[in-house]
Structure formats: C-alpha cells, structure tokens
Design a protein. Structure first.
Lengths: 310, 288
C-alpha cells in the first residue's frame, strides 16, 4: 500500500511535467493544425535558461527558505519570459513564412528547428550533463518514524511545489481559454481562421500568442525538470517532447483537458510500470497503452469536437 | 454621382482567375442608409465582386473605397482582412454559413466584439484577473449580444452550440454576429437562400430595421427576386462579370438589358427592344 502511494505521488509529479509540455503541443495543433516538433526542445531551452539564471543569481540551497522561494519564483518568471521569446521567434522564423504552403512544409521546418535548437545548445553549452545541487530538500514521511524494514512514503516539498504550481497554472490557463477575449479568439481561429479575421481578430497575432504561452508553460516544465532531477543535457527535449506529444494524442490532440489528462496518465503509467515491473520497459509500456487507446478511441480520450479546444 | 453620401465606391474592379475574368471593369456606388442589391444570373460574378469588397479576395485591378461617417476613408483592397471589419466598418455573412459551430451562440456574438474586448483586457492579464474595466467592457458586450439575440429571436438558445441551430436560425445568427462588430456597411451573401416565405418576410423586416434604426447601409446578393424587389433602394445588375444595369427597382425591372440577361435574348433583339422602348408611346398608339 505504501509502495503504491509512493508510485502514485511520483507518477503525479512526472505527469504534471508532461502535462505542461503537452498543452503546448495541443494548443498549436488546435490553432494551426501542425505538430510543433520543436516544442520539446523549447522545453529543453527553458530548463537551460532556468539553470543559467540560478547559477548567475547564485541561488543556493544554503539560503533561508523564504529568500530561496522568492529567488526561485523570480527565476521561474524570468525563464518563462525568455523561453517565450524563443517560442515566438521559432514561430516567426520557421512557421509563419510557410503558412499557406503545403501541409508538410511546416512539419519539416519543425523537425529542422528541433535539430537546430539541440545543436545550438550542444555547441553553446557543451554536450556534457549539467548538474544542479538539490535546492529544495526535505518533505513529509508517512509514517514519520518507520519501524525497521517498514516502507516509508516520501512526499517532498519539491513534489508538492510542482503539483500545486501545475494545478494553478492549468486552472489559470483553462480560465484564459474559456473566459477571456483572447481565448475566444483562439478557439475561433481554430474553427475558421478566415472568418475570425473577417470579424476583426488578428490571426497572426493570436497564433503568436499561442506559441508564446505554450513556450512559457514548457519553461515551467523545464525548470521543474531541472529542480526535480537535478541534471539536464541538450537532449532532454527529445524524450520529454515525445512523451508529452504522446500525452497530447492520448488525451485527444487539440483538447486542452485532454492534454492535462494525457500527461497525468503517461506519468502514472511510467511510474507504476517502473515500480512494479521493469523501469527498462517503462517507455514501451507508455507507448503500448497509447496504441491500445488509439485503436479503440482513434480521436483520443477527450478528443471530441465538442470538447473545448484551443 | 454624389460621392458625398456614398459609403462604398467601387471603381473599375477587375478580378481574374487564370484566364477567366470573373469581374470585368465594374463600377458602382452604395449610398449611405440604402439597401443595395446586386443581382444577376448564375456565374455573373456577384459573389466574386462581393468577396473583393469584403477582403476575401484581393482584386487584380480597381479601387474599393469606404467613406466612414466620421470622415475616415479606407481603400479596402489595401487593408489586411482583419482591419476591414475593425477599422473600415465592413462586416459580412456567407452564402454557405460560416459560424463557429463548436462555440455557443453567445460566444459567436462575443468573438465579433473581439476588438473592443481585447483593447479593454490589457494584454489579457486584466481579463484573466477580472479587472473592473474589463468586466465593464464584457458586460456591455454581453448586453449588445443579448440585444441582437432578442432581435433574431434566439435568446433561449444563447448557450447552445451554434451548430445545433436550424438553417434559418443560423442565417439570422450570422447577421447578428456581423452586426455585433458594429459595422457601417453590412454585406449579405444570399441571406434568404433556403428560407421559406415566412422566414424571408421576417428577414426583410430585420434588414429594414438594421437600415432604419441602426443607420447601417446594406449591400446584398440575392436570388430571391421577391426579397430584392421588396426591400432594395438600389439595384446593380451583373452579367458575365460586367455591369449591365444600375438604378432603382422600377428602372431595373424595366431595363431591356436585364430582361435579356434573365431570359436569354440576343444582342440585336435588345437594340430592337430599346428602339421600341424609346418610341414606346408611338407604338402603343398605333397598336390601339
């Protein structure tokens, strides 16, 4: 039971990170119908920016808790902003000039952008792993004083932070899509871009904003990844990107709640598979579930047109 | 030509698709607070002309000028499409209805007020936090939407997906959505298509109301001659991409070119008919 709880906690944490990245895939797919393969690498760039900022500001675990938290929130905000600029630039340089071109063209430039970002970071930052000391340690244990041989469930402050921030961001983001003029414009563009522009919606700007918000959420995921695992390299965007893309497809690509649900499911599947079977086959398990779900539900779990899309 | 009270001036508009000249050197005016109808047989170039005016196509040649009431002038062929509605005050509907089917009826009307709401939302952050200025703008937008919902009798359906509405209801909603952008010129592409006589009578009432109470000029394409002859102040007739007649209902109804285009008469017969019309009195007298 304790072991199950532990894997549940780990799975939810991992799922939060995947979910944050998956939102970027699903939003971009919703609005312009393309898979932004560079999105995983935007996540990677986000984690590098967070690392650079933490090192530059000299944020260290030895600092008092309050200062540490404020510093990390500052780093989070700044890396969201900077990563958003990357997301905007990728769209502006590689996708917008090809809008209206044949369907495969932006897909190919997306793969190109993905490789370009990877190689850029590899050359600029080096190919070696970048470690970071654990900044937020400690947490709760249940039971607090386990008897010898008894399994104790660990819930770290870091995990609480990740899940709480993710839930807050997702709630905020859902409100943005359902309640604000921008969200309505995004949904309108998704359904009929030409008609939206004839009603006065600046479609290019709306698409840019979609990339910017997607990149900002990926930056959050990137920073969480850095703090949670304590080590990053230029290649983390690939695997995390593919997993998040899988999550978006599993939930129903184009559907916002689908991306969140898909992310959570992929995280849980991975955690439980690694916990009960073999961690070597965790990716096989995740993708097998994807295949099975898609056979029986081709549009994903929540991928019905009535579902609120972005 | 009194350019002073023309809201839309189309000059020498030409649109080609490859070798096909769909609109050939067409000029006409839409006067302020008029209902202007463009008619013509199938393939006459009505919809193409319409698409040029509303920014859907960029014409090969010609000038499409809008003069707004406050004195601002716009050349539509040079504006990006989202600015045609936003700045030039021209809104349109489509022959094949283009509502946002997955969004609710109310949301369709809210998207049409995007410009106002976006300006009020301070880069969306204000909207997300629910700042008073945004709340006020949104309340006004909802009020405007509710007003038009009532006018088109769709108030009870406000929260249903637009795709669930009947055909006639969708047409009315498209008109309401166009009106929610606050246009000075409303362009309607076959608004009465597929409507039964009762519905098209209601439509006529709605269009008159828009013209009279909202001081919005209307440019429409229509096949239903009952509707056209009933509500139009001014009719432009196209055939094979060219303008063949332009005037009020009585003038167009009796124009031999128009009769020929609709009934398919040879060119020389038109000349004969014209000659006949000129000596009309004399002929009538001799006949009696």
């Amino acid at each position: 039971m304790e072991y199950f709880l532990q894997q549940l906690i780990n799975g939810i944490t991992l799922g939060s990170i995947y979910g944050l990245i998956a939102i970027g895939y699903t939003m971009v797919y919703g609005i312009i119908g393309m898979i932004n393969f560079a999105h995983g690498d935007i996540f990677m760039v986000g984690s590098f920016i967070a690392l650079a900022l933490i090192l530059m500001l000299g944020v260290a675990a030895s600092a008092p808790m309050a200062i540490l938290l404020v510093a990390l929130l500052g780093v989070l905000a700044l890396s969201m902003a900077l990563t958003a600029v990357w997301g905007w630039a990728v769209e502006r340089l590689a996708y917008r000039p090809l809008r209206g071109s044949f369907r495969l063209a932006p897909l190919i430039t997306a793969i190109g952008m993905s490789l370009a970002l990877q190689n850029f970071v590899q050359i600029a930052q080096g190919a070696r792993n970048k470690p970071l000391e654990p900044l937020i340690s400690g947490g709760f244990s249940f039971p607090a004083n386990p008897a010898p041989g008894q399994f104790s469930v660990q819930l770290s402050y870091m995990q609480i932070g990740i899940v709480v921030t993710t839930v807050a961001l997702m709630v905020g983001f859902s409100l943005l899509i359902s309640r604000t003029a921008l969200g309505r414009a995004q949904r309108a563009c998704e359904q009929d871009r030409k008609m939206a522009s004839l009603l006065g919606v600046d479609v290019d700007k709306t698409i840019s904003v979609t990339f910017v918000t997607g990149a900002a959420l990926a930056a959050v995921a990137g920073m969480f990844f850095l703090l949670y695992y304590g080590v990053i390299d230029f290649f983390i965007g690939f695997v995390a990107g593919v997993k998040a893309f899988t999550a978006a497809v599993l939930g129903g690509i184009g559907s916002l709640p689908g991306a969140m649900l898909g992310g959570l499911l992929i995280g849980l599947i991975e955690a439980f598979w690694s916990g009960y079977f073999s961690s070597d086959y965790k990716d096989v398990a995740a993708f097998s579930i994807l295949v099975i779900v898609l056979i029986f539900m081709p549009s994903g779990l929540l991928g019905r047109p009535e579902i609120e899309k972005v | 030509m009194s350019a002073a009270n023309a809201i839309l001036t189309v000059e020498r508009l030409t649109m080609r698709f490859g070798g096909l000249v769909a609109v050939d050197d067409v000029s006409f005016e839409v006067k302020r607070d008029d209902i202007t109808a463009v008619i013509g047989p199938n393939g006459a170039g009505k919809t193409t002309m319409f698409n040029c005016v509303t920014g859907f196509y960029k014409p090969n040649a010609g000038r499409i000028a809008v003069a707004r009431r406050d004195g601002r002038d716009y050349l539509l062929e040079r504006l990006p499409d989202y600015r045609i509605t936003r700045e030039a005050g021209v809104a349109r509907t489509f022959q094949n209805i283009r509502l946002f089917g997955g969004m609710t009826v109310l949301e369709n009307l809210m998207v049409a007020q995007h410009t106002v709401l976006m300006d009020a939302s301070t880069f969306t952050i204000g909207g997300l936090l629910g700042l008073p200025s945004f709340r006020k703008a949104e309340a006004e937008a909802i009020e405007k939407a509710a007003y038009w919902l009532e006018k088109i009798d769709l108030t009870p359906r406000a929260d249903d997906p637009a795709a669930d509405l009947s055909y006639g209801e969708q047409r009315r909603l498209e008109i309401a959505r166009a009106m929610c952008t606050g246009p000075e010129l409303l362009c309607l592409d076959e608004p009465a298509a597929g409507m039964n006589p009762r519905e098209s009578a209601e439509l006529n009432t709605l269009l008159r109301f828009i013209r009279d109470d909202h001081k919005t000029s209307i440019l429409l394409i229509e096949h239903d001659m009952g509707v056209v002859m009933d509500i139009s102040d001014h009719i432009v007739v196209l055939d094979y991409g060219r303008k063949i007649s332009d005037g009020d209902v009585d003038f167009v109804r009796n124009d031999p070119h128009v009769i020929a285009a609709y009934l398919g008469v040879e060119e020389d017969e038109i000349d004969e008919a014209e000659a006949l019309a000129e000596s009309g009195g004399a002929v009538a007298e001799t006949a009696s």
